[in-house]
Ligand binder design. Structure first.
Ligand code: GTP
Ligand code: MG
Length: 453
């Protein structure tokens, strides 16, 4: 395999930039561009040691920096690796890279360092995918669960399921091949129960996909209520900006305004909607339709009620739209005298909070209620979760084949047929974990990566 090189840090002005070289000739290539001030020979440097020196291209000094050496297999890729840290200017970093290319390295493809780590057995496929998620993480929780994945949480979970399936297949095969030599009678009920257990586990695993997505992308939340209830004031409070226009004119917000915020470690994708009311204005009525659609798409609803005005027909209509949804009932404008019969709201909603959206302290009250209702704090994704569509498809197919095997057994089909379905399920699990995966799948996974990773 050839020796590759790439800039591993973002192409922007910064303190330092790192150029990474990986492959059999990493030290030789480094020796052609990096000249230690202490005169040390790079090829004789021990692994995990560094030295300071000059970086040259064709004899011309282009920068100075630090060289770090790793020896195979003790590196990220499992290959010989050299990392040159130079000054963090975009041009300087590109010049150092081009010097490495002139010295014999080949420009790395997107994700090629991690791909080599995979091919050298340093990572499983799901661990490599977790590396991409760590890079993409935008909040504490997703970073934390991605780190668990990186340590092999999903891999271990899948391995546990595949081992059970494999022992079942072995047993079925033995019953097919050597029925007379088996000690026990074949017990269809027992094996069906085992398969059912595997189906349940795969269902749980599949459910983790949605939960993982919420952690990664944020919890979709709609802010709804009648005109002038204070929805946009609340939006601005939570985003800490003047994102939405606030006036005392009813119907100020006509289209949906969206923003992602992190509150108390919880990432929320907020949508400030048009106020709900019957209107002849075409634009406003489209806004109301979009608000209704947004309620459908959201996991959590912030329903804002104006306590300074009596509850109206619009409030009633809103309540009817919220049936079956997770709702935080927000009684707003508590700084004004109360005119609404709020006991009605207390009866209707299980989670009710009283705030003034003009008071900055209200943000933490809302964050607390959102964290409680979202249930995200109770999620345990540290034991592995389905992180992307590729994994979800493999798990869904494995679940389908296992369910079919279960049904086949119940209907008294031949053990051969049951065995084939179990094997199909196992193949999908091996594809999920990457133990049995085609080159095209690997290429697809690494196309998500950046160059230098
Ligand atoms: N006194 C008081 N006024 C508030 C409070 N929250 C909002 N307001 C005022 O109520 C008026 C309407 O606020 P908005 O945030 O624009 O209301 P909205 O629900 O977005 O209204 P539409 O976009 O028209 O549907 C503005 O004058 C706000 O300043 C509050 O807690 N107390
Ligand atoms: Mg508004």
């Amino acid at each position: 395999m050839n020796t590759i090189a790439a800039i591993a840090t973002p192409l922007a002005a910064g303190g330092i930039a790192v150029i990474r070289i990986s492959g059999e000739n990493a030290a030789e290539i480094a020796e052609r561009v990096f000249f230690p001030v202490n005169g040390r020979k790079i090829s004789e440097m021990r692994g995990y040691t560094a030295c300071y020196g000059e970086i040259r291209d064709g004899g011309k000094r282009i920068d100075d920096g630090v060289l770090l050496i790793y020896h195979a297999p003790h590196s990220y890729t499992g290959e010989n690796t050299a990392e040159i840290s130079c000054h963090g200017g975009t041009y300087a970093a590109k010049r150092v890279l081009s010097a490495c290319i002139s010295a014999g390295a080949v420009p790395a493809q997107a994700g090629e360092f991690t791909k080599r780590a995979l091919l050298n057995g340093k990572l499983s496929l799901t661990q490599a995918e977790a590396v991409a998620d760590i890079i993409a993480a935008q909040n504490e929780q997703f970073l934390s669960v991605s780190n668990s994945q990186r340590e092999g949480a999903l891999y271990r979970r899948i391995t546990g399921i595949s081992e059970r399936l494999l022992s079942l297949i072995t047993l079925i095969q033995a019953w097919i091949d050597y029925p007379d030599e088996m000690e026990d009678e074949f017990d269809g009920n027992l094996e069906t129960d085992k398969l059912r257990g595997i189906v349940c586990e795969l269902d749980e695993l599949l459910a983790s996909y949605g939960e993982g997505q919420i952690l990664r992308d944020g919890l979709p939340c709609a802010i709804v209520g009648k005109p002038n209830a204070g929805k946009s004031t609340l939006m601005n409070l939570l985003t800490g900006t003047e994102r939405s226009i606030v006036t005392d004119i009813e119907g100020t917000t006509r289209d949906i305004i969206e923003e992602t915020v992190t509150l108390g470690g919880l990432m929320l994708r907020l949508a400030d909607c048009a106020g709900i009311r019957g209107t002849d204005d075409l634009v406003e009525s489209i806004g109301v339709e979009r608000m209704i659609q947004k309620i459908g798409e959201s996991v959590l609803i912030f329903a804002v009620f104006d306590s300074s005005r009596p509850l109206s027909e619009e409030d009633e209509r809103l309540m009817s739209l919220l049936d079956g949804k997770k709702v935080i009932c927000i009684i707003n404008k508590t700084d004004l005298p109360e005119a609404a019969d709020t006991s009605k709201l207390e009866d209707r909603f299980s989670k009710v909070i009283r705030i003034s959206a003009k008071d900055p302290a209200a943000a933490s009250v809302i964050a607390g209620a959102a964290a409680e209702l979202s249930g995200i704090g109770d999620l345990d994704l540290n034991s592995g979760f389905i992180a992307n569509e590729r994994q979800r498809r493999c798990a869904a197919e494995a679940r389908e084949f296992t369910a079919q095997a279960c049904e086949a057994l119940e209907q008294g089909m031949t053990l051969d047929a049951v065995g084939i379905m179990c094997e199909n399920a196992l193949d999908r699990l091996y594809e999920l974990s990457g133990e049995q995966v085609g080159e095209n799948v690997i290429d697809q996974v690494f196309s998500r990566f950046c160059v230098g990773k």
